[in-house]
Design a protein around this ligand. Structure first.
Ligand code: SAH
Ligand code: SF4
Ligand code: F3S
Length: 453
């Protein structure tokens, strides 16, 4: 989960169109939004828009938003407020709100922020080109029958040797705290043949690593040759694509880790030894109240099976502290689970009541208590993360270079275990997959030297 602005580049507009209009996109929330922003930029590219990284020079500003926690949603409104002078200076400027806040709040956005011209939900992006040409305010938060991906242009924007590929959208799990089943709708899997074609196309344009995305990615059940394919089968077929060296997937639910997917971790060398598997809590009482439908013990047994398949796998997770009714003992059970697993990384959040979710009906815990629990949990995770990183020193890992580092002759990339690695390599270029010996561990990255020859 990142809440960093992500700027997207598109190709120049098709010949014969007018002077290019400029599009500024800011992306909030999860990787699926990053993927969607790229596809929206491409859709608008067909209407003559090229992207800019400078909001002030834009003819259109699009905020691709996240509704997961209150802070994420409120950030959108404060960013919109900051666009007011720009809109006053340039009345033709179009301002659009896309993503999960658009889906969840719809017309409310136009009411609260009259400077907004269009509101488009995550399933309607293919209609954006028409929407930008419409006069007056437009809003589209349908869940249309047609698949938006079939109506979007071919992918253009490539930002290096790694790419995201959305294979599944939506969620049927209805965890008691979560807005995603409402903002993204029911689970839908894209047909395997389309995904394989998109992956081949990405590889033909220099991509060496693909991360398969879905709100519930391991629940993938797409139409494939001879019936329905699960994620394990899709991964095996993707791994057969020549030149595709690395595969990852995110985000998974523990109850959808089936035998075939676990076996793929043992059998498919391209599948990287890293798995993000959110557990949220280590207390059975809280897991039940969250509607997670598994116990802490079941999660631990699952981790054992995954580690039996791929002993060097690094695990990460998501945690929520301060869910309504969480006692000290419940929180301690979460800390025990973390100690029992040993994570390489984790995202952790204070519970945030979301309108319309079942948990929002329950009384909230005091903020100071949640703060203290979050701090304690994060300190434990940091300790585990550091220990894992320090243990990497002296080991040989694969690193896929993504871009030059800050220092001359330095490249930055990700290891098999998803660690950021700075490598002193004056011969290196983005897209090289290099064997590297890890020489040092810094707080959020590793350093290494290439093993060439
Ligand atoms: N299917 C994804 C969901 C993405 S949401 C998944 O299960 O990981 C990412 C994380 O945000 C969730 O795992 C959860 O830890 C956190 N989250 C979701 N709703 C939240 C809420 N209301 N308050 C605090 N954290 C929340
Ligand atoms: Fe939300 Fe739960 Fe679905 Fe994840 S699995 S998107 S947390 S409802
Ligand atoms: Fe946020 Fe929507 Fe993703 S709520 S986390 S942008 S699915």
């Amino acid at each position: 989960m990142t809440e960093q602005p992500t700027e997207i580049a598109t190709d120049a507009p098709a010949e014969g169109t007018e002077a290019p209009k400029k599009l500024f996109i800011k992306t909030y929330g999860c990787q699926m939004n990053v993927y969607d922003s790229e596809r929206m930029a491409e859709a608008l590219g067909a209407k003559g828009y090229v992207t800019t990284e400078v909001a002030e020079e834009a003819d259109m500003v699009l905020l691709n938003t996240c509704h997961i926690r209150e802070k994420a949603a409120e950030k959108v409104y404060s960013d919109l407020g900051r666009l007011r002078p720009l809109k006053q200076a340039k009345p033709d400027l179009k301002i659009g709100v896309a993503g999960c806040v658009a889906q969840a709040e719809g017309e409310e956005i136009l009411r609260r922020m009259p400077l907004v011209d269009l509101v488009v939900g995550p399933q309607s992006y293919h209609r954006l080109p028409e929407m930008v040409e419409a006069k007056g305010k437009v809003i589209d938060t349908d869940f249309p029958e047609e698949d938006k991906f079939d109506h979007l242009p071919k992918r253009k924007a490539l930002r290096g040797p790694t790419a995201f590929l959305t294979v599944q959208e939506g969620c049927d799990k209805f965890c008691a705290f979560c807005v995603v089943p409402y903002t993204r709708g029911a689970e839908v899997s894209r047909p395997a043949a389309r995904l394989l074609a998109e992956a081949r196309d990405l590889v033909s344009r220099g991509v060496r690593e693909i991360t398969l995305l879905g709100q519930n990615v391991n629940g993938y059940h797409g139409a494939g040759d001879g019936g329905t394919w699960g994620l394990g089968r899709l991964i095996r077929e993707m791994a057969a694509i020549d030149g595709l060296d690395r595969l990852r997937y995110t985000t998974s639910h523990p109850n959808d880790m089936d035998d075939d997917l676990i076996a793929a971790h043992a059998e498919v060398p391209q599948l990287m030894p890293y798995l993000h598997l959110p557990v949220q809590s280590g207390s059975d009482r809280i897991l039940k109240a969250m509607n997670r439908k598994h116990t802490a013990e079941q999660y631990l047994r699952l981790i054992e099976r995954i580690r039996a398949a791929r002993p060097d796998i690094l695990l990460s997770s998501d945690f929520i502290v301060g869910f309504p009714g969480e006692t000290d003992a419940d929180f301690e059970a979460t800390m025990d689970l973390i100690r029992a697993v040993g994570f390489g990384a984790a995202f952790s959040f204070k519970y945030s009541a979301r309108p319309g979710t079942p948990a929002a009906e329950k009384p909230e815990l005091p903020a100071e208590l949640c703060d203290a629990r979050l701090q304690a949990l994060q300190a434990l995770i940091t300790e585990q993360q550091r220990a894992v990183q320090v243990a990497m020193v002296g080991r040989e890992v694969g690193v896929l270079y993504e871009k030059p580092g800050r220092l001359p002759g330095q490249m930055v990339g990700k290891s098999d275990h998803l660690h950021a690695v700075h490598v002193a390599d004056s011969l290196g270029k983005p897209g090289d997959l290099v064997r590297v010996r890890i020489t040092a561990s810094a707080p959020n990255s590793l350093a290494g030297e290439p093993l060439r020859g």
